[in-house]
Design a protein around this ligand. Structure first.
Ligand code: HEC
Ligand code: HEC
Length: 397
């Protein structure tokens, strides 16, 4: 073998070793959360209402809840291994209709910090600074839950007729996560498929928790009148947002979080990490340049509330997934929200928190918007070898 090809072989070998360290950082529970649900006593009435709405089967056939597609033991994404392996998108409550996207996690989008202020995902903005002005923020793979839709587009005053204290307490929960819930899986035929807002309201009113928590949280009885149903439905969305933003849903308790807390200087390498996990960190923030997109704070991975996403949009060139039922055309992503053809196929950078969380080692998770990748090895191999479309991402060797 010539010297040159020998060098290439060596480099390749080194690269593969390096990437298996990145992989091990993620698998080595670096991004894995493992504590069971906290007591409901820690929740406010509004958060508790949101939690009940999230887990209650409010759907056409009363067989599906938000948690069907966002389960805790997979870190907030789909809870059925066979679905992840093949069709990726979850069949709706009617047992027939299927969307074309893998459920992203509902965790670590927005959360409340120590002083109770919202952090994380911002309102959708078509020209965020950071890169040559580019879109960032908003919920969904394409950002269409922009964060001001309930009030501006739908023109709903959530606080109409209520004591003004509710507005000052709850205004922080309006935003992309509330817009997502209002969008709404409850009545989307591809998801929970309940006929309309009124039917959602009457199902909730039919429960003791629904009537009680609504009254405690909003200071008035839950009456499902057609006149008020828009406000009530938006208040359900605010409650869902409140719980999804609570520490019950965003634990920040992964092995990495604990290692950070325990570390004597709070800097890498972490005492509690294996050498391979620490090396994975160095690659993630160095040669492999993952931090370029998967970083929310500029802190070399030691921020307490790091979410591993910058909330921008990119097209990393994920192959088309023909196994999604009806073989839909590739998802246009951000283009759907901006109608700008430069944004075709761009998808929101997902958080990497919980990315390896699964109920058993045999449980298959699907990765990226169309679930093409079935393991972290596959996606790291892809980054290692593919020519990535976005020009801002140049692979280093
Ligand atoms: C049938 C499966 C399904 C159900 C049921 C479902 N979701 Fe989702 N969820 C998805 C999919 C798929 C997406 C991505 C859709 C998109 O990007 O267009 C998503 C996106 C989200 C997001 C956006 C995350 C982000 O970072 O952008 C949140 C939050 C969320 N869902 C919360 C909920 C809530 C709350 C409910 C119940 C009211 C719910 N989901 C019910 C499948 C589901
Ligand atoms: C140019 C920005 C960018 C860089 C750099 C980047 N990623 Fe990503 N990553 C994305 C985007 C965008 C997606 C979602 C793509 C899609 O769904 O089409 C993604 C998806 C992922 C996912 C799937 C997560 C999920 O829940 O589906 C993993 C894991 C991941 N990236 C890890 C990495 C690692 C490891 C590196 C470094 C080797 C890296 N990424 C570098 C933008 C980037």
């Amino acid at each position: 073998m010539s010297k040159i090809s020998n060098d290439i072989m060596l480099k390749k070998k080194k690269k593969i070793q390096h990437y298996s360290a990145v992989f091990s950082l993620m698998v080595g529970v670096g991004f894995l959360s493992n504590v069971a649900n906290a007591s409901d006593n820690d929740l406010t009435y509004l958060e508790e209402m949101g939690k009940r709405l999230f887990f209650e089967k409010i759907s056409l056939s009363r067989n599906m809840s938000c948690s069907t597609c966002h389960t805790a033991d997979t870190g907030g994404t789909n809870g059925d291994s066979d679905t992840n392996l093949v069709q990726v998108a979850v069949t709706g409550s009617d047992g027939v209709m299927v969307g074309n996207l893998k459920p992203p996690t509902n965790k670590y989008a927005q959360f409340l910090n120590e002083v109770g202020d919202p952090e994380g995902l911002k309102l959708f903005d078509v020209a965020c600074s950071g890169f040559a002005p580019a879109p960032c923020g908003g919920a969904f793979w394409n950002g269409r839950a922009e964060g001001d839709l309930i009030e501006t587009v739908h023109n709903i005053d959530v606080f109409a007729g209520l004591n003004s204290k509710y507005e000052s307490m709850y205004k922080k929960y309006l935003g992309p996560v509330a817009d997502q819930a209002h969008a709404s899986p409850f009545i989307n035929p591809l998801e929970q498929a309940k006929d309309d807002k009124f039917k959602v309201c009457t199902q909730v009113r039919g429960t003791t928790w629904g009537r009680q928590l609504y009254q405690y949280a909003w200071g008035e009885h839950l009456y499902c009148s057609y006149r008020q149903v828009d406000e009530i439905f938006a208040r359900f969305a605010v409650a869902l947002s409140a719980w999804q933003m609570s520490s019950d849903n965003n634990r920040f308790d992964s092995k990495r979080d604990i290692a950070l807390k325990n570390d004597y200087d709070g800097l890498f390498p972490f005492d509690d990490f294996t050498d391979q996990e620490n090396e994975g960190h160095d690659l993630f923030y160095g040669q492999a340049r993952c931090f370029f997109c998967h970083q929310s704070g500029n802190n070399n991975g030691v921020g307490k509330f790091e979410r591993y996403t910058n909330d921008f949009y990119f097209n990393i060139g994920v192959p088309r997934n023909h196994k999604i039922p009806n073989d839909p055309a590739p998802d246009v992503g951000l283009f759907d929200t901006t109608s700008n053809s430069d944004h075709l196929g761009e998808h929101k950078v997902p958080t990497l928190r919980n990315v390896d969380k699964r109920p058993s080692p045999y449980f298959v998770k699907a990765y990226t918007h169309n679930g093409w990748f079935k393991s972290l090895e596959q996606i790291v191999h892809f980054y290692n070898t593919a020519t990535v479309k976005d020009t801002c991402y140049t692979q280093s060797t």
